[in-house]
Design a protein around this ligand. Structure first.
Ligand code: ATP
Length: 304
């Protein structure tokens, strides 16, 4: 299957190490969410993908071969610093970019019409970009990335600052592009949105990819969590070894099980103390998983 492979990228800016052996893959037809704190290396990775920045070592491959100029022309990119000409009209701007990507005049006109309609910009085609709201400028930026029906989509924080309707529209468009077979890579700090939209997620910390996979793969941690809705105060747990209480809220208790099979003893202890209404594995959200992964002290803090 076609895939975009980011293989062991390392990059420093002077003395600042931005990326350390960062690796991950985005498969054709999947939406991949790239998350990490400010300054963790997402934009640097994307710029290397685009070829505007050279890595110190490592490479990026598409269908098994290093990315060359031809493949890079087939990438649709939405940069973090939105690169539109403020005084140019929306339609002219998009047509101009489409021509740069090699479309002829008629194909460029069709692409402008198609994408301005799809992104709710038909009424704005004749307006100068600078007269649009920031959210609408972002829609134009997405249209610009899609003009040439790209083979790969790379979007740096495409959702930041969008209202819920625009978020929904952009999410649909990204899913449609993935359904067309395009690998879609985007960065975001909106973890609930990433959880809803993505097939797989990569978490980067201090320039290192510290976790990647589907949500279920990320949830399969060494220490599963269980929720018990039953006897209150969790005092009944005293005496069960290999279990840590993470949260207790009256009758509802969440525990982390650190010894294989200990959850059965948790259940027995709970039932011995009173009626149990629910006993189930917890499904941590991406926000929970992210907090765990990012707060783990891996000794890399401050590494140069
Ligand atoms: N042009 C540059 N010169 C020097 N340092 C840089 C430059 N660009 C990025 N950095 C540093 O590299 C590290 C990674 O930055 P990068 O912009 O890739 O992070 P990011 O994950 O995209 O952050 P954000 O979520 O804030 O956009 C940071 O420490 C940043 O300060």
């Amino acid at each position: 299957m076609a895939r975009l492979e980011v293989d062991s990228l390392t990059k420093s800016y002077g003395g600042v190490r931005a990326l350390s052996e960062t690796s991950f893959e985005v498969h054709a037809g999947e939406v991949f969410g790239f998350v990490g704190s400010n300054g963790s290396g997402k934009t640097t990775t994307m710029r290397i993908l685009l070829g505007v920045l050279e890595p110190d070592s490592g490479e990026v491959r598409w269908e098994g071969s290093p990315l060359d100029r031809e493949v890079r022309r087939r990438i649709g990119y939405m940069p973090e610093e939105r690169g539109l000409y403020p005084r140019m009209k929306v339609g002219d701007q998009l047509a101009y970019l489409a021509r740069l990507y090699g479309l002829d005049t008629a194909a460029a006109r069709d692409a402008v019409e198609q994408w301005t309609a799809r992104l709710g910009l038909s009424e704005r085609v004749g307006d100068e970009v600078q007269k649009l709201s920031l959210g609408n400028q972002q829609r134009v930026q997405l249209a610009a990335a899609l003009m040439h029906a790209p083979d790969i989509l790379v979007l740096d924080e495409p959702f930041s600052g969008l209202d819920p309707v625009a978020v929904e529209l952009m999410s649909q468009v990204l899913r449609e592009e993935a359904a067309r077979g395009v690998p879609v890579l985007f960065s975001s700090h909106q973890l609930d949105l990433v959880e809803r939209l993505c097939d797989r997620v990569g978490i980067i910390k201090n320039g290192r990819m510290v976790a990647s996979g589907t949500l279920d793969q990320l949830r399969r941690t060494e220490h599963p969590q269980w929720i018990i809705d039953g006897p209150s105060s969790a005092g009944w747990l005293n005496g069960v070894d290999g279990v840590q209480v993470l949260e207790t809220d009256g009758a509802r208790t969440t525990v982390e099980v650190r010894r294989a099979g200990a959850e059965q003893q948790v259940l027995q202890a709970a039932m011995a103390a009173g009626p149990v209404r629910e006993f189930a594995p917890a499904r941590p959200s991406l926000t929970d998983l992210y907090r765990d992964v990012v707060s783990t002290d891996d000794g890399q803090e401050g590494e140069q």
